[in-house]
Design a binder for this molecule. Sequence first.
Ligand SMILES: [Zn+2]
Ligand SMILES: [Zn+2]
Ligand SMILES: [Zn+2]
Length: 133
Amino acid sequence: MESDEEQKSVESRVAPPDLSCPKCNGLLPSKLGKIRCVLCDVEVNVEHKLTRKKWLEEKISCPACSTVLIAGVDDRPCHLKCSTCEIIFELKPHVKKVEIQCKKCDRKIRMNKRPGKRKISCPSCQEPLIIRF
Ligand SMILES: [Zn+2]
Ligand SMILES: [Zn+2]
Ligand SMILES: [Zn+2]
């Protein structure tokens, strides 16, 4: 069942704080270390000790046997091996969610917070909305 194991992953609950690009002021990708701004292509070095510490100490439930493990790795994504069932799974970066409101019908729409500009249409009234972070 190789393909089955490859799909096992857990999303980290810890994310670095929102940081804006020093050049274009846009939202930087939610990562640490060397990051490239997806908006203006500048490369910045971002460090956040508290996030690294939380990543290191984060408790993760094994996706196969539910044993609680301590991540022990201060980077995301990373791979962890369960000490009980010995599967290797991916610990993925946390995906930040935001709630925006349709300017026409006030419907609230939940979406992933990613840098850049996106055009969506409201699921209720089809109003085109431009989202920018
Ligand atoms: Zn930028
Ligand atoms: Zn396990
Ligand atoms: Zn709407």
